[in-house]
Design a binder for this molecule. Structure first.
Ligand code: 5GP
Ligand code: ZN
Length: 141
């Protein structure tokens, strides 16, 4: 547990949260400043900052809860779809340094945008560039 982390505080019951799912490993609660009704955050109970820091077993638990909760969130919000995503690290917009998956309900007429817009300008990559990047990823696993 990290003392100055709001999500550790919610998991410990020291900070109020509208909890919608709770096990020994994973907790989910409503976002305090929601982008849509039903905006839900799914966190590992232990304080891990990024996906890279998460032990594989816990990663499976977090993704299982995202999988289980997403249809429930959509049904409760009467949504037409959802964006399910992590801001992984400050460069990606992560503000709370306790890993959390967002489930953001989406509506046909909500005026929002697809996840493609979050990364800024698209790079101009050649076929060779793409081959090299794919090779680098395979080698980095
Ligand atoms: P991030 O930018 O780190 O991916 O998203 C952090 C999210 O946490 C934001 O959507 C913000 O509204 C939410 N948030 C920040 N502090 C609290 C809090 O104390 N309680 C709850 N329930 N949500 C919070
Ligand atoms: Zn924490």
């Amino acid at each position: 547990m990290s003392n100055d982390c709001p999500f550790c505080g919610i998991v410990a019951g020291e900070i109020p949260g509208r909890i919608v799912h709770e096990t020994d490993d994973v907790t989910a609660f409503l976002d305090a400043n929601p982008l849509a009704p039903g905006h839900t955050l799914v966190v590992p109970n232990d304080h891990h900052e990024r996906l890279d820091d998460l032990p594989e077993k816990l990663a499976r638990e977090v993704f299982a809860v995202l999988h289980q909760l997403t249809p429930a969130v959509e049904a409760a919000a009467d949504a037409d779809g959802s964006n399910v995503a992590f801001n992984n690290g400050p460069a990606a917009g992560q503000e709370v340094p306790h890993l959390h998956g967002h489930i953001i309900p989406r509506f046909d007429d909500d005026g929002g945008a697809p996840i493609h817009v979050v990364a800024g300008n698209r790079p101009d990559l050649t076929e060779d560039d793409l081959d090299a990047i794919a090779e680098d990823i395979r080698n980095a696993r």
